[in-house]
Design a protein around this ligand. Structure first.
Ligand SMILES: *[C@@H]1O[C@H](CO)[C@@H](O)[C@H](O)[C@H]1NC(C)=O
Ligand SMILES: *[C@@H]1O[C@H](CO)[C@@H](O)[C@H](O)[C@H]1NC(C)=O
Ligand SMILES: *[C@@H]1O[C@H](CO)[C@@H](O)[C@H](O)[C@H]1NC(C)=O
Length: 264
């Protein structure tokens, strides 16, 4: 299901390089995937005003053959990385959904005949950490968390019939579009997006470092008050910090209390 009319990566790069209005401002690695995302992730939106695409690039990761271990024979290959990235400067009264994803091995793959690429995953989650505090600041600080999964693909591209070398890309539509939050201009709430990508083969195969996914976006105008209850999951009091001037300690409580759990 390779998309024939997709422009090549080198053709896209000039479009992706200019400064955009949406800036990533922090990176956290939420899990132990074998990559250093804080050093190796590069997120860019294509230029304003359209922002048709997010390019999520992991320049350091490569498809690597798993060595035998703990009775496991080894020989399969794996590539994967994920990161949670903070953003500032999203447009207000606009929201987006992910329409499609394209996985790319930017510097080429080497899949011998019989090396079967049987699984590709792509996940995007959008989350708002809401600071419900008031001014003057009172403790404890209580943060609510609202989140929604904008993309969750886990598919079998069924590639393994023939040897493949060089440029690799694979395209898929998102069958389940979910809108991002409708921004109202408050700056005190933190917007983060989780991006995860992985690829799995049987019987080996390698790539040079450098994997990425392009996410095609659709946008629409929206009216913020309609979106007060935005999110598939809303956790009240997700993080609650108490701070004492006297002994300079802070304490985070993470109660997993779901107030609402509803689908869009
Ligand atoms: C965060 O968002 C909530 C709900 O939209 C709003 O009531 C609150 O004022 C915002 N906090 C800040 C500091 O902007
Ligand atoms: C992906 O979705 C975007 C937004 O709808 C669209 O502009 C783009 O053409 C799609 N990409 C492909 C390869 O179909
Ligand atoms: C230090 O902070 C802890 C946690 O907030 C609090 O329970 C404790 O009473 C404080 N100790 C002093 C000496 O103030």
């Amino acid at each position: 299901m390779k998309h024939p009319s997709l422009p090549t990566l080198s053709a896209l790069l000039p479009l992706l390089r200019p400064a955009t209005a949406i800036h990533a401002n922090s990176v956290e690695t939420p899990d132990s995937w074998s990559c250093d995302a804080s050093r190796g992730i590069d997120i860019s939106f294509t230029p304003a005003p359209e922002h048709h695409q997010i390019l999520v690039s992991f320049p350091t990761i490569a498809l690597t053959v798993t060595p035998p271990a703990h009775g496991y024979p080894g020989g399969a290959s794996h590539v994967g990385c994920s990161a949670l990235v903070g953003f500032v400067d999203f447009a207000t009264q606009r929201r987006f959904a992910v329409a499609n994803a394209t996985w790319r091995a930017d510097n080429g793959v080497d899949l011998p005949a019989g090396a079967e690429l049987y699984r590709l995953t792509a996940k995007v989650e959008y989350r708002i950490e809401r600071d419900m505090g008031t001014f003057p600041r009172k403790y404890p600080i209580v943060k609510d968390l609202s989140s929604a999964v904008l993309l969750d693909l886990d598919l079998d591209p069924k590639l393994g019939d023939q040897a493949r070398q060089g440029k690799f890309e694979y395209f898929a539509e998102n069958p389940n579009r979910v809108w991002s939050e409708c921004k109202n201009g408050y700056e005190g709430n933190v917007t983060k997006m989780y991006f995860g990508l992985s690829g799995h083969t049987r019987k080996g195969g390698t790539s040079l470092p450098g994997w990425s996914m392009d996410l095609g976006l659709v946008w629409e105008d929206c009216y913020p008050p309609d979106d007060i209850g935005w999110g598939q999951a809303i956790i009240n009091g997700w993080e609650s910090c108490t701070y004492s001037n006297v002994n300079q300690t802070s304490r985070a409580l993470l109660p997993d209390v779901f107030r609402k759990n509803r689908k869009n």
